[in-house]
Design a binder for this molecule. Structure first.
Ligand SMILES: [Zn+2]
Length: 439
């Protein structure tokens, strides 16, 4: 009898143990086309690839997830409209990627090229075409790893327009509320998975809200906030993680998970710094990086004009403002000195010089605003008719800042200004090409 009881007890223990499995999730977010390491030796696609290979080598049940915003942020991305990063990162064999807001930066049609190049599932369960079909091939994916059915649902922020992209770039498409979509997808996947992961590109608060309020998801892997998290965000046994941007880190979340109770038994999260000192570049990815960086070198090192005199930072700013005025015919022109990152040298001007002066993807915006809304720092000494409309040219970056200013008067001015316009860097390069002899 005692033997029989012991046998039954052993079986129960064995069954319980069988339902507890290991899962490791490697992840990163907001890579932003930083194909090459920074000048401080941080990041770089080829170094990230080596780190991923190393982690996979001691990872029996392993996933690699990317939480969005691959596109935008380097000359390669701007010049080749975001596509190269998807080619360069393809050898990483990512298991799932969620679209980020910057994937819309080159217009929604370009996303189709990203889908065709990525070589892995691109998820966006709340992004629909005008006809109401999913824009990407899937909103969720079920991956089976050694007997564990892992459901991954991808969503991004629904409020893309006007703050994060423009109506033109967004096109005729539609967004559904992100958190509601996550709930609905969890219901659809009921009984088909052992664990659910939310892979999201969202503002900070909703990421934590998923962990706290949607218990279907054991794990939330997020992106968008470039700062990342210092420690795991937890609610009961559920976990949310997010990393710094630009490939500076690779995350590794090791879990012991009980399939029968759908609960995390134990967890450990590491943020692995990606540096050129710590890793050798992966040869295959390094070759792809070089393929694209060499093309950019050729484009940005093109001579476009000549300057008779050197311009320091202040004079470069004056020159930029004069080009902005010429392009828009605006009555008021405003550029921040902090946005001017280099001097314009004497002699031959290369496109690269303009890239160095204006590395950001700022658009030149032109607003028509009533006199009473125009703040002192724009109007200067001018006396304005409060009800008359005046034209103001500036950059989208500043408008976004004004929209979030402390003073309501500045916020109202920001709201009255648009965010859309041509890339200021292109405007500057084109103006030199049109009149190549600067004084
Ligand atoms: Zn983002």
């Amino acid at each position: 009898m005692r033997t029989l009881l012991a046998a039954i007890w052993m079986t129960c223990v064995a069954l319980a143990q069988d339902s507890v499995v290991d899962l490791s999730i490697l992840h990163f977010n907001d890579f932003h086309s930083r194909l090459s390491p920074s000048s401080q030796g941080i990041g770089g696609a080829a170094y990230l690839a080596t780190a991923i290979k190393r982690e996979r080598a001691n990872c029996p049940r392993c996933l690699l997830l990317n939480a969005g915003d691959n596109a935008q942020g380097s000359p390669v991305s701007t010049i080749f409209r975001g596509l190269p990063v998807f080619e360069v990162l393809r050898p990483l064999n990512t298991d799932a990627f969620v679209l980020g807001n910057h994937e819309f930066d080159y217009g929604y049609e370009r996303i189709n090229d990203f889908l065709a190049t990525a070589g892995h599932p691109v998820l966006a369960a709340n992004f629909l075409t005008g006809e109401g079909r999913l824009f990407t091939e899937a909103g969720s994916v079920i991956i089976e790893r050694d007997g564990l059915r892992i459901g991954i649902v991808g969503v991004l922020m629904e409020d893309l327009v006007p703050g994060l992209t423009t109506p033109t770039k967004f096109g005729p498409n539609k967004m559904l509320p992100a958190l509601e979509t996550l709930r609905n997808e969890a219901a659809k996947l009921k009984g088909k998975t052992d664990i659910l992961i939310a892979l999201v590109h969202l503002f900070r608060d909703p990421c934590d809200q998923i962990v706290s309020e949607i218990p279907d998801y054991a794990i939330t892997i997020s992106g968008h906030d470039h700062v990342g998290k210092e420690t795991m965000f937890r609610a009961e046994d559920r976990i949310g993680v997010r990393l710094r941007s630009y490939g500076a880190e690779l995350g590794r979340l090791d879990l012991r998970y009980d399939k029968s109770t759908r609960k995390i038994v134990s967890s450990n999260w590491k943020r692995i710094p990606i540096t050129t000192a710590a890793f050798e570049p992966d040869p295959q990815v390094a070759a792809l990086v070089e393929k694209w960086e060499s093309k950019v070198r050729a484009v940005v090192d093109t001579p476009i004009g000549t300057a008779q005199s050197a311009r320091d930072r202040a004079k470069t700013k004056t020159w930029i403002e004069s080009v902005m005025r010429q392009k828009t015919n605006a009555q008021f022109v405003f550029m921040n000195s902090g946005g001017v990152r280099d001097n314009l040298p004497q002699g031959q001007i290369l496109a690269r010089h303009v890239w160095n002066i204006m590395p950001f993807d700022n658009t030149l915006v032109l607003g028509r605003v009533k006199g009473k809304l125009i703040p002192d720092f724009i109007r200067g000494e001018a006396i304005l008719d409060p009800e008359q409309l005046y034209t103001v040219a500036t950059i989208d970056f500043l408008v976004e800042g004004w929209r979030n200013a402390k003073e309501e008067a500045v916020r109202a001015f920001g709201r009255a200004m648009p965010l859309d316009g041509p890339m200021l860097r292109d405007v500057l390069i084109d103006s030199i090409k049109a009149n190549p002899n600067l004084d």
